[in-house]
Design a protein around this ligand. Structure first.
Ligand code: TRP
Ligand code: ZN
Length: 310
């Protein structure tokens, strides 16, 4: 494995943190790779084109949603993932969850990452939630490029019908046998991670997952805050409700950035983190490259670290 300079810094950080991280050891934890921002943005461009070709959105029950599933699935199949499309019904239309398993690892210890792939009907949904969908897709592709052999089993999910009330993720959890639920050692959720006036919010749920993301941001010297913009408003909630440890990242929706937040993170106080939240202007222009890049690297860092990648 070729180590870039940032990767070496990451390796050193992983080593320093090994003493406090139960699943990491200096001897076996490899540095997570940098996730190429250009690749993440290329996925957003494709999702934008899919919306444009399908009536301007990628909403549940519309052609743009299934086209989005097929785009992501094609990339994962070509990269060696085992993919499954799970169908459900919501509001009289068929919905789809896409599940991708990376072969290998301990099937009794699953590290799962998920993002909702549906948009609202108002627009293309590029920050909400092309951003999380593209970041976990590119992380999965990085797993394949590395031919990663983690201790734990890796699973990725793209949820349908989140915007109708977490329908797809709830369907998945409700249809997962109790024994399978117990094998999920952690569920990581990424919904809105490239907000144009970003904050850096970490979910305050499972302490190990929370600390993993905090460690990543501490390494960048960037302060984080606890995510409070509506606890339970995304796909981690059904997992949390059945006792699965959860965590995640969020860069803000329609809450307003305070002066103190603008002081520490830059951007504009008195303005929403995402003023195009659930609007037609949630396009490829509605993205902070800086936030998307940092959060994509944080996704990979957490997946590598929590799975005991070696
Ligand atoms: N899930 C919401 C949506 O898709 C956005 C959102 C609001 C959110 N508050 C959150 C996402 C807190 C994660 C965490 O419209
Ligand atoms: Zn969302």
């Amino acid at each position: 494995m070729k180590l870039s300079v940032p990767a070496v810094v990451g390796l050193a950080l992983a080593g320093l943190l090994a003493a406090s991280a139960p699943n990491a050891s200096a001897a076996t934890t490899l540095a997570a790779p940098e996730i190429p921002l250009a690749n993440v943005k290329a996925h957003l461009t494709q999702l934008s084109s899919i919306a444009a070709a399908n009536g301007g959105n990628r909403a549940h029950g519309r052609a743009g949603y299934l086209a989005s599933v097929n785009y992501v699935k094609g990339k994962l199949d070509a990269a060696g993932f085992t993919t499954t499309v799970q169908q459900f019904t919501a509001s009289g239309s068929t919905g789809y969850n896409l599940i991708a398993d990376w072969p290998g690892g301990d099937s009794n210890q699953v590290v799962m990452s998920g993002s909702h792939l549906d948009s609202v009907t108002a627009g293309a949904g590029i920050n909400d939630n092309g951003s999380g969908s593209a970041a976990i897709l590119e992380t999965a592709l990085a797993v394949s490029r590395a031919q990663l052999k983690p201790t734990k089993h890796l699973r990725f999910a793209w949820w349908g019908a989140e915007e109708l009330g977490l329908v797809g993720s709830r369907y998945y959890v409700n249809n997962l046998p109790t024994a399978e639920r117990a094998k999920i050692s952690g569920y990581l959720n990424f919904d809105m991670i490239g907000s144009p006036n970003p904050g850096y919010f970490v979910y305050d749920d499972d302490p190990t997952i929370e600390q993993t993301f905090k460690n990543y941001y501490a390494g960048l010297g960037i302060p984080t805050e606890i995510e409070t913009e509506g606890d339970g408003r995304s796909d981690h909630a059904p997992f949390k409700n059945v006792g699965v440890p959860v965590g995640g990242l969020f860069s803000g929706a329609d809450y307003i950035k305070t002066a103190a937040q603008a002081q520490k993170w830059g951007g504009t106080s008195g303005v929403a983190f995402d003023r195009c939240y659930h609007r037609a202007c949630d396009t490829t222009a509605n993205i902070s490259d800086t936030a998307l890049g940092r959060n994509s690297n944080a996704v990979a860092y957490a997946v590598w670290t929590l799975s005991g990648a070696s």
